[in-house]
Design a protein around this ligand. Structure first.
Ligand code: ASP
Length: 329
């Protein structure tokens, strides 16, 4: 449960990058040259991710602080969690489905609206990198199952057993009752969604997960679905989600939040409205968790969730820390 020990507003790292004098337009229809001083805000590189995956934001910051792209930052940031076998909800070491197979979902999206995704991918530790290859090397956006796995091998990815001793034991235990429960805020809601802005003011995002533990074989959640688990619009901002994916898909959550920001809402207001929309479709229901995280073009952030317990990690020139989100309940 170490990821549940939130580091409320902690400063665990020293920002190596100071805000640069580069400027970005708040009004996207104008060119920089035509902007007056008051229309501009300084570009603030930043990386944020769901929950308190501080090693992931630290890695993303390593990329940003030397001038790397937001796309590289989000990919390399979430890869830290995919490789961490103690994280039992992402990548290698993720909990399996009801049949005992670990199946991974991931997507990535860049500043130009290019995107790639893999769903129901087995035997590959870094689905986010396969998703990036789908985006960059194919004319497609989503590859699924066996086709995605074959493509990954063709691209040089290694076959690996993703089930660990710990997740194998837990699965054997689970099989004794085979109960499927979406327990609030237990470890099975720790998808990592990450958003970053680089020195050019460009935004990218990535999202990766092993999905709901003990899901029906073949189930795909929101995390690899562009618009649901992740959405980036370089004119406006980005959003990502964690929690019960079925509810996020039903509202096309991340796209909704970006569109709300386009209409003038702050990232915080947009995340709150996103959760309210979900709760409207689930009146009186209290047995599930959703957490939304958003960032706008100016580097402002927001997070909101159904139940207390969700937080997000943030690394920007002012420091590195964890922000606990307010909740609907
Ligand atoms: N959103 C993920 C899914 O539904 C799970 C999670 O975040 O816990 O697959």
């Amino acid at each position: 449960m170490k990821r549940r020990k939130f580091l409320k507003n902690s400063t665990t790292g020293t920002a190596a990058l100071v805000a640069t004098p580069l400027m970005v337009s708040c009004k996207n229809e104008k060119t920089t040259a035509s902007l007056s001083e008051s229309d501009q805000v300084p570009i603030k590189p930043i990386a944020v991710c769901t929950w308190n995956f501080q090693n992931a934001t630290a890695k993303a910051w390593d990329v940003l602080k030397i001038g790397g792209s937001a796309l590289d930052a989000v990919e390399q940031g979430v890869m830290v969690e995919e490789a961490d076998v103690t994280n039992e909800t992402v990548g290698k070491g993720g909990r399996p489905d009801r049949d005992g197979h670990v199946t991974l979902d991931a997507c990535i999206m860049d500043k130009d609206g290019n995107c790639g995704a893999v769903v129901y991918l087995k035997n590959i530790t870094h689905p986010v990198s396969v998703a990036r290859k789908v985006m960059e090397e194919t004319p497609h956006i989503i590859l699924a199952g066996k086709g995605a796995e074959k493509f990954a091998y063709e691209q040089g990815f290694k076959k690996e057993d993703l089930l660990t001793e710990s997740t194998r034991k837990q699965y054997e235990e689970w099989k004794k009752t085979s109960k499927y429960e979406t327990t609030i805020n237990i470890e099975n809601h720790d998808t990592i969604g990450m958003l970053a802005i680089d020195k050019n003011g460009d935004i990218a995002g990535a999202c990766t997960t092993s999905g709901m533990a003990y899901k029906v074989a073949g189930r795909v959640g929101d995390s690899p679905i562009i618009g649901a688990g992740l959405y980036v619009d370089n004119e406006v901002g980005g959003a990502t989600a964690t929690g019960v994916g079925e509810e996020v898909i039903r509202t096309v959550g991340s796209f909704l939040i970006v569109e709300l920001m386009r209409q003038g809402k702050s990232p915080q207001e947009a995340c709150e409205e996103g959760v309210r929309r979900i709760m409207k479709k689930n009146e009186g229901r209290e047995d599930f968790q959703i957490g939304f995280l958003a960032i706008n073009k100016q580097g402002e952030t927001g997070g909101y969730c159904v139940h207390p317990g969700f937080s997000y990690q943030k690394y920007d020139p002012s420091g590195h820390g964890n922000v606990v989100s307010n909740s609907f309940y």
